[in-house]
Ligand binder design. Structure first.
Ligand code: GLP
Length: 239
């Protein structure tokens, strides 16, 4: 486990963008697991800049997203698919066939099959070379909330109250479920980069890097990954 502490959010974004750009540059067929949330926004901006300046090329890049609210239409401004399209995918030369978004509008009775197929798709891509993660204040990674088993694959999950409240202005209108890749899916990535900024993340970081490995703090499992970097600002690292 590597812990890198940067001075501020801009530095985290720059470092994350450079690590991702390197992965794209050195691999024939790079496969990236992509996060949403506030934390990776700066990184996506820089990746688009690197693409526009000719530094990186996305024509061979394959991506899958880590989670999506359920139910959720892709057109909804809160959709993670839309977030990724707007911030990265529509701005670079990635092929449509190489983009794997989770569809939050699958009918309820087809969700299990859909999740199995999504997991298989990731397998067929050869797993992620690099998965980039944020972290919830309760230690969730993707939408694997506390109590998620370490053997979990892509599935439908219930979200905690705090997770729903944090992401929606009006929690009454928010979906209380999500489809997420599992802990096992994440742990199967060749490399993992977890980004965290701000003091509100410091407890989750402490539990993840310095506490016991426990399902109560899902990100703590990352301690067992052979190639994981926690990229933190000083506030998130201040525990
Ligand atoms: C969200 C997402 C996670 C994300 C996390 C942190 O609920 N499902 O994938 O990493 O919460 O988000 P933020 O970066 O906005 O703090």
């Amino acid at each position: 486990m590597k812990i890198e502490i940067e001075n501020n959010y801009e530095e985290i974004s720059k470092r994350a963008a450079r690590i991702t750009a390197r992965e794209i540059l050195v691999r024939e067929d790079p496969v990236l697991g992509l996060p949403t949330g506030d934390t990776p926004k700066g990184m996506y901006e820089l990746l688009v800049e690197y693409y526009q300046s000719g530094l990186i090329d996305f024509s061979k890049v394959k991506t899958f997203n880590l989670d999506e609210y359920y139910p959720m239409s892709k057109e909804d401004p809160n959709s993670f698919g839309r977030y990724l399209e707007e911030r990265l995918l529509s701005k670079v030369n990635i092929g449509e066939d190489n983009i794997h978004l989770i569809d939050g509008s699958v009918p309820r009775d087809q969700v299990e099959t859909y999740c199995g197929n999504y997991e298989e798709k990731i397998d067929n891509l050869g797993r992620a070379d690099l998965s980039i993660l944020g972290i919830g204040e309760n230690g969730h990674i993707a939408f694997n909330e506390p109590g998620s088993g370490f053997q979990t694959a892509t599935r439908l999950v219930d979200l905690e109250e705090g997770t729903i409240r944090r992401n929606f202005e009006n929690p009454d209108e928010a979906p209380n479920k999500a489809i997420t890749v599992g802990i096992k899916t994440i742990m199967n990535s060749g490399k993992i980069l977890l980004l965290a900024a701000g003091e509100q993340k410091s407890k989750a970081i402490e539990k993840s890097v310095a506490g016991p490995v426990t399902e109560e703090w899902p990100a703590s499992i990352l301690q067992l990954h052979p190639n994981v970097t926690f990229l933190l600002d000083e506030k998130a690292a201040n525990f």
